[in-house]
Design a binder for this molecule. Structure first.
Ligand SMILES: C[S@@+](CC[C@H](N)C(=O)[O-])C[C@H]1O[C@@H](n2cnc3c(N)ncnc32)[C@H](O)[C@@H]1O
Length: 251
């Protein structure tokens, strides 16, 4: 599973989460979806106790244990954090199960569950994400992540913020919105680009990194547009429901 190596080798992703954990971790810290355990390991140096939750027993055996076993104040717990009954109230919740617009991972389901077990001043790392949209032209026929500049995407609009999710509040996973978009160049559009930005803390901010929220290109009905037009796009998806829940239509 080189996936976990790629996650731990993404220096930009790891260093911003490390900075956040050094600043915020204290008392009882939960790391939900711990994977390799890299964030729990960092948190163990700044917390009294860390519980590292991971759903996949094979991941625990192959990756988590190697990093966390032997650290006295860390316990690994195999559990589904989206349904688990937590026994203690954490001071800090780390949950890096982010994905572009929170669609293809279980971040929202897990956050909605842990919120039944937190207190007013529990700190969430990350704190919030927001999403932007652009319309443009791309040579694609299906939904695809934009990685290392591929596929190409030529934008015909400004980048518009259309959604924000704060992890200290319950989240409605059913996203459905009509979005008005200003066209800045005439031509043919056939796709949208969604980009997700993350406030890891109130001050630590990042856009996509190689393993964090790669921008998502989604096909839409081909439409001729003119500079100055305002088009209306209906965008629907289920956060945590997977990429096949996305529909995007220009009206
Ligand atoms: C994107 S990886 C991130 C790993 C780690 N948080 C990090 O930053 O390196 C997400 C991890 O969450 C685990 N996971 C997914 N759904 C889960 C759930 N419902 N409960 C607990 N773990 C889950 C996956 O198996 C995977 O190891």
């Amino acid at each position: 599973m080189t996936y976990y190596n790629d996650l731990t080798n993404d220096d930009k992703r790891v260093s911003i989460f490390k900075e956040a954990i050094i600043e915020k971790a204290h008392g009882l810290t939960y790391d939900l979806g711990t994977g390799s355990g890299i964030l729990a390991e960092i948190a163990s140096k700044y917390s009294e106790k860390v519980y590292a939750f991971e759903i996949n027993p094979l991941v625990i055996k192959r990756y988590t244990k190697g990093n966390l076993e032997g650290i006295e104040n860390v316990s690994i717990i195999q559990a589904d954090a989206s349904t688990h009954t937590f026994e203690e109230i954490p001071d800090v919740v780390i949950c890096e199960m982010l994905d572009t617009a929170l669609i293809d991972e279980e971040q929202v389901l897990v956050i909605n569950n842990i919120l039944d077990y937190t207190k007013e001043d529990t700190i969430f790392i990350p704190k919030l994400t927001y999403d932007t949209i652009q319309v443009g032209f791309s040579n694609i026929s299906h939904i695809v992540y934009l990685e290392e500049g591929r596929p190409s995407f030529k934008t015909y609009s400004n980048e518009i913020k259309y959604n924000q999710v704060d992890f200290s509040e319950k989240i409605n996973p059913y996203f459905d919105k009509d979005i008005e978009i200003n066209i800045i160049q005439s031509g043919t559009i056939n796709s949208i680009l969604i980009t997700t930005y993350t406030y890891v803390t109130e001050e630590l901010f990042t856009g996509p990194t190689p393993m964090l929220n790669p921008p998502l290109v989604i096909p839409v009905n081909e439409t001729e547009v003119n500079e100055g037009d305002i088009i209306k796009l209906n965008l629907k998806y289920i956060m945590g429901g997977g990429l096949n829940t996305i529909t995007a239509n220009i009206e």
